[in-house]
Write a protein that binds this ligand. Structure first.
Ligand code: ZN
Ligand code: ZN
Length: 214
């Protein structure tokens, strides 16, 4: 797996500082678990943040799937080598911990035009969902009111900017308008997080938006 599209320094720094909404942290943690380069960068920000934290009061951390994720990121290589993978599957471990298994544990709901989604339970402030885009299908043309992080877990998609394969993460903001289309040959599964509703161009997805929470 060659990862071409990585997280920004700003995202990794906010992640290390613990200031990201939970849904974004989940995407960052999942990418970091797949990507040696971002894991090293996150580690260096962590060391800086750790130094600062020693001076100040200790912050309380919520006890949820994120805590398990953070523990996983911090474990040493030896510990990682010792631990047996829970399920060898499509979902990286931080996501398996959230979903409670691999793909078979996901309760997909139709989101229109063959696309399916499963909204993950995370704290307020941003929404995380798994998206299932059948091979050759598209997510309707849309813009963004905030930030959208999309991490590919299976297959690949292409949009106006580039092609994104397994492990790649796309960081979209207000300036980007795109139509992600899954590659022909394999259904595409992504983890996506948004902190504001998308801006769909056509009326049908706009009508469905409140129901899909997208
Ligand atoms: Zn990376
Ligand atoms: Zn988008």
């Amino acid at each position: 797996m060659t990862i071409k599209h990585h997280l920004t320094d700003a995202l990794l720094m906010s992640y290390a500082a613990g200031t990201l909404p939970e849904a974004f942290s989940l995407v960052v943690a999942t990418h970091v678990s797949m990507c040696d380069e971002c894991r090293a960068r996150a580690g260096s920000f962590d060391a800086v943040g750790g130094g600062l934290l020693e001076e100040g009061p200790v912050a309380a951390v919520s006890a949820d799937c994120l805590a398990a994720t953070m523990a996983l990121i911090r474990e040493t290589k030896a510990e990682r080598a010792e631990r047996k993978p829970r399920v060898a599957g499509v979902l990286p471990r931080p996501l398996q911990d959230c979903v409670g298994g691999d793909l078979s544990a996901i309760k997909w709901r139709p989101a229109g035009l063959g696309v399916k989604q499963a909204i993950l339970s995370t704290a307020d402030g941003a929404t995380a969902r798994l998206l299932y885009i059948p091979a050759g299908s598209a997510v309707p043309d849309h813009g963004h009111r905030g930030t959208e992080l999309t991490l590919v877990l299976q297959g690949a998609f292409r949009d106006q900017t580039d092609r994104f394969g397994r492990g790649d993460v796309e960081v979209a903001d207000e300036d980007l308008k795109h139509t992600p289309v899954a590659d022909i040959g394999e259904d595409c599964i992504c983890l996506a997080a948004t902190d504001a509703p998308l801006r769909f161009s056509s009326w049908l997805p706009r009508l469905a938006q409140p129901f899909l929470k997208i």
